[in-house]
Write a protein that binds this ligand. Structure first.
Ligand code: NCD
Length: 300
């Protein structure tokens, strides 16, 4: 049985295959106003997905639920930790184990960073929808798909991660995914810093000051902004606030990404810039998660 608890659970080759499936699915979704396409896309599928979300979520939970419904399956949802027995003191491991008995696939957003997967005593495939300040591997797939569509590759890129690098789980998972590709360079702007363990090849990673960051900005291909995670104890404002004139110093094909929700680090005045792709990331969430569900159930 396959699970997807971290990006290490899928090979680099399978990721590329998943992306080409997601591209096809995206085409279908774009045409889905046509009844005949809708019928092909979602014949009834006797699979039931559970979503167990113990932290707030807009994009991850809804895009998973939409993905499953577009594929013709059904969904049961715990959208709030207060409405399940975890509130009575049940361990997360037992709650996951219990829910996995009822469904064919379970998406879990946990409020614990490490070890919540226990002995992996799950009765169905489980997907990590974000575990505390640790990992968010499906967001990494969505982000990588967005990058791949823009650059036609996941290699030879200069990537800057800016914001809460210590507690920002989307950064952790995307760094782990991109570090496996070839000749990517990473520039980090944020305090406290991203734990060293996310980068195997230390020569490709450089922590930069705000001044150094502004100097290298014209060479950056992917600028990945994140919010400060105050709910995880991060104090203070963002290390950098993006401005209109700053984005204009990036090269023409560079992109500005953000997993959202955004706070003051990414003002709305950037939204009209052609480099802003964060709402494309949002949209890509559905086809990528549909393709991931197929990967879980199919032999590749
Ligand atoms: C992120 C998350 O939940 O980690 N959002 C998302 O899933 N798109 C980012 C965040 O909360 O800052």
């Amino acid at each position: 049985m396959k699970h997807f608890l971290g990006v290490w659970d899928i090979s680099s080759n399978d990721i590329k295959r998943l992306f080409s499936i997601a591209l096809d699915l995206e085409c279908y979704l774009n045409m889905s106003h046509s009844d005949s396409v809708q019928a092909t896309l979602s014949p009834r599928w006797e699979k039931l997905m559970g979503t167990l979300f113990l932290e707030p979520s807009t994009r991850t939970r809804i895009s998973f639920e939409v993905a499953m419904k577009r594929m013709g399956g059904d969904v049961v949802s715990v959208a709030d930790g207060k409405s399940c027995s975890k509130e009575k003191g049940e361990s997360l491991e037992d709650t996951i184990r219990t829910m996995s008995q009822y469904v064919d696939l379970l998406i879990v957003r946990a409020n614990e960073a490490h070890g919540c997967w226990g002995q992996k005593n799950f009765a169905c495939p489980v997907i990590n929808g974000g575990d505390g300040g640790n990992e968010h591997p499906t967001q990494a797939l969505v982000d990588a798909f967005t990058i791949w569509k823009c650059f036609n590759t996941l290699s030879d890129l200069n990537v800057a991660f800016v914001g809460d690098l210590f507690n920002g789980r989307t950064v952790h998972s995307l760094a782990r995914l991109l570090v496996r590709e070839r000749r990517n360079n990473f520039y980090l702007l944020g305090e406290p810093e991203l734990p060293h363990t996310y980068f195997f090849d230390t020569t490709s990673k450089k922590s930069v000051t705000k001044e150094e960051f502004l100097d290298i900005l014209p060479n950056i291909d992917v600028l990945y902004m994140t919010r400060m995670q105050s709910e995880r104890g991060t104090k203070g404002g963002p290390p950098f606030v993006l401005g209109k004139n700053i984005v204009d110093r990036m090269h023409r094909d560079a992109i500005v990404m953000h997993p959202l929700p955004r706070l003051q680090e990414l003002p709305r005045c950037i939204d009209d810039n052609h480099r802003a792709v964060y709402f494309d990331q949002v949209k890509n969430g559905v086809p990528v998660r549909m393709a991931l569900i197929r990967w879980l159930f199919e032999k590749w």
